[in-house]
Design a binder for this molecule. Structure first.
Ligand code: PXG
Length: 483
């Protein structure tokens, strides 16, 4: 029998944390090895090799540390995912225990495992009433691949084999697999590798700042939703399977739609009997102050993609919540659904997710975002709108963004924008990072999505830091004669 030579997990975790604090890193050597062997995602390899990557070595709460010992406030929760914050020993322990018990078994061939079953039941409990089934994947991209195949299978089973087209939006992000990138609306991704694949159409996004000139927000919301109806009629109702959208577009720049947008999208989907897919990879698990963003938007999706916050990024896991409308057809009509992954329902990832959800519940983090920290961030973040560089600032829950502009105006549509070639967003991101703040740039929109465990005091610290970095950016832009 295999005997466990290791010390108990609590001691292990504590000693790993202590060792990480004390460890001294040879940054140059790591960067050299990194350049030699590691191809990073979404990266200009040649450019990175010249600069050298930043080496992150540990995290605690809302902070991370790099190999030079620099402490940084992580305004992006890793990559929109570390919802419960860094350093949660109980997640490490849950994962450790599961690895010791059953590190892997598959869910093919009529088998299952206990954490996957428990997690599926838990997800059904915390999600809207129409969801009673879960399909697990290893990532959000795989979740959206699953959606594409599942909605087509749904319509096939009902005898509508032509209903295969999925409508999405420009500047949407739905992942980086072939289907995910095709469903997404990122021009840079479509420009490589012959994407999008056939059967996917894109409409405009509800971006009031960029496209709402001459309209109230509510008018613009209805207008942007009407593009869906136009597209359905253009493609032909008999060919449209589903509409997919992020409740709030994340990677596209935290595009918060007008309040009229989603209810109108729902109305149009219902009118034509089209399935509605909410990609909640970012909005799920409390980001907007509700377990799922669609609850806040007042919509009733048929499918929900999830990933990131389900494990707070501690271990990869994604999937699709499958609503009764789709699940009942897949189950009752029978026949194999020929789709799945080795790591669908991975027991270790599911154990990590269960502990992560337990923390979210125990610390009432979702309610806190709704009632306390979300409203407080809204108030504090809005004060940044008075900064000379900020033309527009908005937030929902713990996600926020601001637009850097050359000249401000009372009417946001009259702000003068910077020339895109000046890369002002990237200049600003550099000042943020040098001053210990991670804020992401999407063009000239600066965005944050901090951990949900963030306190009001930490929000004050973060907003103060952002203001100082905006000042530093302004000084720099003056020197560069860009303002
Ligand atoms: N859907 C949405 C809404 C996402 O935000 C995915 C799907 C894909 O998930 P995976 O787990 O396959 O990466 C995402 C991922 C960025 C950025 O630059 C955002 C994501 C991924 C990488 C970069 O903001 N979101």
């Amino acid at each position: 029998m295999y005997s466990n030579p290791l010390t108990p997990s609590v001691t292990l975790v504590a000693s790993a944390k202590q060792a990480a604090k004390e460890q001294v890193f040879d940054t140059k050597a790591i960067q050299k090895l990194d350049s030699a062997h590691y191809l990073h995602p979404f990266t200009d390899f040649k450019d990175l090799n010249q600069k050298g990557a930043r080496v992150m070595v540990r995290g605690d709460g809302i902070y991370i540390w790099d190999s030079e010992g620099k402490k940084i406030l992580d305004g992006m929760s890793g990559l929109w995912c570390v919802n419960v914050g860094y350093g949660r020993t109980s997640i490490s322990e849950a994962v450790y225990k599961q690895m010791e018990t059953l590190p892997f078994y598959n869910s093919f061939f009529n088998t299952t495992n206990v954490p996957a079953v428990q997690l599926a039941a838990k997800l059904v409990e915390i999600s809207p009433a129409q969801f009673n089934h879960v399909f697990f994947t290893g990532s959000g991209s795989e979740g959206n691949d699953t959606n594409l195949r599942m909605v087509r299978r749904y319509w096939d089973l009902l005898g509508y084999e032509k209903r295969h087209t999925i409508i999405s939006r420009h500047n949407a992000y739905h992942g980086s697999t072939v289907a995910g990138a095709s469903l997404g609306g990122m021009g840079g991704m479509h420009a490589q590798g012959g994407l999008p694949i056939p059967g996917i159409e894109h409409i405009g996004q509800p971006n009031y700042f960029e496209d709402g000139r001459g309209m109230t927000e509510d008018e613009f919301g209805l207008k942007a939703a009407s593009w869906l109806e136009e597209k359905i009629l253009e493609v032909g109702v008999e060919k449209v399977a589903a509409f997919i959208g992020e409740p709030i577009q994340g990677a596209g720049g935290v595009i918060i739609p007008p309040a009229t947008y989603w209810p109108e999208i729902q109305r149009i989907c219902d009118k034509y009997g089209i399935l509605l897919i909410a990609d909640e990879v970012i909005c799920g698990f409390g980001r907007l102050g509700t377990w799922f963003g669609s609850e806040l938007m007042g919509i009733k999706p048929d499918l929900i993609t999830f990933a990131k916050g389900v494990t707070s990024g501690y271990i990869p896991l994604g999937g699709v919540l499958v609503g009764d409308r789709v699940a009942n057809v897949l189950i009752e009509k029978g026949g194999d659904f020929n789709h799945g992954f080795t790591y669908s329902g991975h027991p270790v990832a599911c154990a990590g997710a269960l502990e992560n959800i337990r923390i979210l519940e125990q610390e009432k983090l979702v309610e806190k975002v709704a009632n306390e920290t979300g409203p407080y961030l809204k108030q504090q973040f809005a004060t940044l709108a008075s900064h000379p560089l900020v033309g527009f600032a908005n937030s929902v829950g713990l996600v926020a963004g601001l637009n850097l502009v050359k000249t401000k105006a009372a009417n946001i549509h009259e702000c003068e924008l910077f020339d895109a070639s000046a890369n002002v967003g990237m200049i600003c991101r550099g000042h943020m990072f040098n001053n210990g703040m991670i804020m992401r740039a999407v063009g000239d929109r600066m965005i944050i999505a901090p951990p949900l465990c963030m306190t009001k005091i930490e929000i004050d610290e973060m907003v103060g830091l952002i203001r100082r970095c905006l000042d530093a950016t302004l000084d720099d832009l003056k020197k560069k004669e860009l303002v």
